[in-house]
Design a binder for this molecule. Structure first.
Ligand SMILES: *Cc1c(COP(=O)(O)O)cnc(C)c1O
Length: 481
């Protein structure tokens, strides 16, 4: 593809800026900082620019263009009706500093109502007493939850020092605990991929602030002992934190609050179909049980007796602001529309089909690939490239070969406890035909691994750039060539 600079022709232009109608301010920039020569900007037409950026955008994989089984990320389809709701002028053009009541307050009542009702719906879905919608991502939600747990212990005069976290956890979990001021003790997994109860009991003592558990865990497996774990942790006055990023596995069926969790974060940009990728924006709503309500971030959306909504800042024990204003409001609107569209029955169908799709893929792939924890999985399955490794083909080669076949790669080398891991999350929005095409591609790749491994080492060959040294590409980015 030609760079926009290479398309430059002297005098060609896309826009004409009108002459300034007020006297030019005397240059305020000191002379030594001013350019001597005009910047060598590309001179191109409007059409050149449109084609350039439209073509650039088409070089990416996206949920709207390709199957995207990136495990743990729940890359489900984002319904366009939710986009439409988020673009309604009354929401999109609302200024966050408009008054809540009186003098124009009616302008914000609708937005406050959306926030209030979304909190109620998510509290119902998670079985929690109260929610905050402020956190901007899952990891931000984790930090909010860990800070709430720290505030709870501080208020009780508890001397807590550690979080216990399973070795299969997402890297954000230990990072969060550390940033909240705690030490981290990893708990190994047992032969079935669940938290090792014996190891947990050995580590449990009065200095444990809590356990961060991912449900279902990152192997896509349900923690069979979750209720026992909750009881044991509560006995030492620890709190149970549920990393609910995998809620797509049981949304509408099981509620973390009913299992015994005290805090849960949801990734609205995963389970509740709001767009993500490229770093956001996201929303990591956090729910808490009644006894943690006083520590929630301010501001809180409240409903007054007269039916109006307002923001409340009266919370002396609050951990304070987590995000500017009220979080990523546009993302919250999309999640609200999604929930209203699906209802309770629709949510149950989401998890039903997410789990069915993952198990379909798992069972179909098991002939050609090793499935290290071969039992019923939840919304994603983890396979290993151990068999292919014997022919010198690694998980990374398989991931790259999938790109050539029009599929985004699954997550690779995570969870860390599976050798040559490929973590596949189909999501509920994919049809059987798409899953079958993906499975056929995976089978073809497994055969190539035995017959022509060199072809897999060369992949990808159809993408704009071939195989990269990914670490170097991220650290020493060259954006001009
Ligand atoms: C995605 C994910 C997170 C982090 O969420 P972000 O929104 O990316 O910050 C945490 N835990 C698990 C299990 C996840 O899948």
């Amino acid at each position: 593809m030609k760079l926009i600079y290479e398309q430059s022709r002297p005098g060609r232009r896309g826009v004409r800026v009108p002459e300034c109608s007020v006297p030019r301010a005397k240059a305020r920039i000191p002379a030594r900082l001013r350019r001597k020569e005009p910047a060598a900007l590309p001179e191109v037409s409007e059409l050149d620019v449109i084609r350039h950026y439209t073509n650039l955008s088409r070089l990416n994989f996206s949920v709207d263009t390709n199957y995207y089984p990136l495990g743990s990320c729940t890359m489900k389809y984002n319904p366009k009706v939710c986009e439409k709701v988020a673009r309604l002028d009354g929401f999109a053009k609302l200024h966050p500093l408009l008054p809540q009541l009186r003098n124009g307050g009616m302008l914000t009542q609708g937005a406050l109502k959306v926030l209030y009702e979304l909190e109620r719906m998510l509290a119902e879905v998670t079985g929690m007493a109260e929610m905050t919608l402020q956190p901007m991502a899952g990891a931000n939600g984790e930090l909010t939850g860990a800070m709430i747990i720290a505030a709870y212990h501080a208020a009780r005069g508890n001397d807590k020092k550690r979080f216990l976290i399973p070795d299969s956890a997402h890297g954000t979990n230990p990072a969060t605990a550390a940033i909240a001021g705690y030490g981290v003790t990893p708990i190994p997994s047992d032969g079935e991929g669940c938290m090792d109860l014996k190891a947990l009991e050995k580590e449990l003592s009065d200095d444990v602030a809590g356990v961060m558990l991912t449900a279902p865990n990152t192997l896509g497996l349900f923690e069979k002992h979750v209720q026992t774990i909750c009881r044991l942790v509560h006995e030492v006055d620890g709190l149970m934190y549920c990393d609910g990023a995998n809620m797509n596995a049981f949304v509408g069926r099981v509620r973390p609050g009913d299992l015994g969790f005290d805090v849960v974060h949801l990734n609205l940009h995963k389970t509740f179909a709001t767009p993500h990728g490229g770093g956001g924006p996201g929303a990591g709503a956090v729910g808490v049980v009644e006894k943690l309500r006083p520590f929630l971030p301010i501001s809180r959306v409240i409903k007054r007796d007269d039916g109006t909504y307002a923001l409340d800042y009266e919370a002396p024990q609050s951990i304070g602001y987590i995000a500017p204003f009220y979080g990523n409001f546009g993302v919250l609107l999309r999640a609200y529309a999604y929930l209203r569209m699906l209802g309770a029955e629709g949510l149950r169908e989401v998890s039903t089909h997410a789990v069915l799709n993952a198990n379909y893929v798992r069972v179909k792939l098991r002939e050609k690939y090793e499935t290290p924890y071969d039992r019923m999985c939840m919304h994603e399955c983890v396979i290993s490239a151990r068999r292919q490794e014997r022919h010198g083909v690694r998980a990374l080669d398989i991931a790259k070969a999938l790109l050539d076949r029009g599929f985004h790669a699954p997550t690779v080398y995570f969870p860390l406890i599976v050798h040559e891991a490929l973590m596949i999350e189909p999501t509920e929005t994919e049809s059987k035909e798409t899953l079958d095409a993906f499975i056929a591609a995976m089978e073809e790749i497994a055969e190539l691994a035995e017959t022509e491994p060199a072809r897999l080492h060369a992949a990808p060959v159809t993408t704009p750039v071939g195989r990269l040294d990914e670490a170097a590409a991220a650290r020493e980015m060259i954006l001009t060539a």
